[in-house]
Design a protein around this ligand. Structure first.
Ligand code: XMP
Length: 326
């Protein structure tokens, strides 16, 4: 396949006005390309697929069918936000698939990170495939491919993210933001009226909390991880760190340590905080979180989250650590 090149003459989208112009051009282009055809989109709720969804809803309304697969490894409130924004506010044709049990049953007892990734990616395609097979008359598949995906691979986003093109399905591709860089996608997303938090969301790996619930995932530990991560995100939001720090999250290892609560022995997991800055994810430096904030987050996590009795902070840059733990 020939590589798509962004023309040098293409202006960088840095302002709402330029974004508006881009949106209008794309609406025209999408309408011409798709006609009265039906378009399918796997909507994860990440920046790129959300912007593509909003753009397509504007261009072709209910001819777009969005499928949101909840693999049970989303962060707290993410699937709910997809339903609120796309299903309710934008009145999209949204199919919500709660596949958490399917994924968690398959992952039961699996500790190897690459096997976990394979299971999650493979099952995602299966679920998406099954949903697509139930639909009639779909001729197009929309993807949130962005220009760095093209530069880094052969242009198919599926390589790094969960999911991909279901095998054996004949779709024409719709990739309206494929020539844009991430910062431009964000400007377009804001011009389309998507919530700021959705457009400026930190990167989140396709396998989601699955690679942060270290080792073999258990439902109780996954629940504790989700709650602790939500507290960290809440505190980063409140303290102006959310937009300053590139990626910040909690990981929970699969061992317990002894603690004490209300005068009694209390065994629990540790919540490990990781907050890093990077430009390309190849190297990363550790963000200096104010100590008072770490104390506050520790207090909240250990008091509010069942099963967690310690909070640790990871100070390892990349290299030698990777950003994720597995
Ligand atoms: P590492 O851990 O390799 O991460 O330093 C670099 C960046 O890639 C993200 N990451 C993933 N993203 N699927 C994804 O879509 C994955 O399996 C995956 N593993 C790591 C990570 O969050 C960081 O932004």
């Amino acid at each position: 396949m020939e590589k798509i090149i962004r023309p040098e003459s293409m202006e960088r989208i840095t302002t709402p006005e330029l974004a508006q112009k881009f949106i209008e051009e794309q609406i025209e282009e999408i309408r011409t390309h798709v006609g009265d055809g039906k378009v399918l989109l796997a909507l994860s709720g990440g920046v790129d697929s959300s912007v593509v969804a909003a753009l397509l809803i504007k261009a072709i309304g209910k001819q777009l069918v969005c499928v949101h697969v909840n693999h049970g490894l989303m962060r707290k409130g993410e699937s709910e936000q997809v339903i609120d924004v796309f299903g309710k506010e934008l009145d999209a044709n949204l199919i919500y698939v709660d596949a958490a049990d399917r994924f968690l049953n398959l992952l039961d007892g699996v500790a190897d990170p690459e096997r976990k990734r394979k299971i999650i990616g493979g099952e995602f395609i299966k679920v998406f495939d099954e949903e697509a097979a139930k639909l009639e008359g779909i001729g197009y598949l929309a993807q949130g491919t962005i220009y760095p995906d093209i530069l880094e691979s052969d242009g198919v986003k599926a390589h790094h993210n969960v999911g991909g093109l279901p095998e054996g399905m004949e779709f024409k591709l719709v990739e309206p933001v494929k020539l844009l860089f991430k910062d431009e996608v964000r400007v377009v997303g804001e011009a389309l009226g998507l919530p700021h938090g959705m457009v400026y969301r930190q990167p989140f790996p396709g396998p989601g909390l699955g690679v942060r619930c270290l080792g073999a995932i258990t439902r109780d530990r996954l629940h504790a991880l989700r709650e602790a991560d939500a507290i960290l995100r809440d505190e980063f939001d409140k303290n102006g760190l959310a937009e300053k720090v590139w990626q910040y999250f909690v990981a929970v290892p699969d061992f317990k340590s002894v603690g004490v609560r209300n005068g009694k022995r209390y065994e629990g997991w540790a919540a490990i905080i990781r907050a890093v800055n990077t430009t390309d994810a190849m190297t990363a430096t550790v963000e200096d979180i104010p100590h008072s904030l770490i104390h506050h987050i520790t207090e909240r996590i250990t008091h509010e989250v069942e099963g967690i009795n310690r909070v640790l902070v990871d100070y390892t840059p990349k290299p030698v650590g990777t950003i994720e733990f597995e």
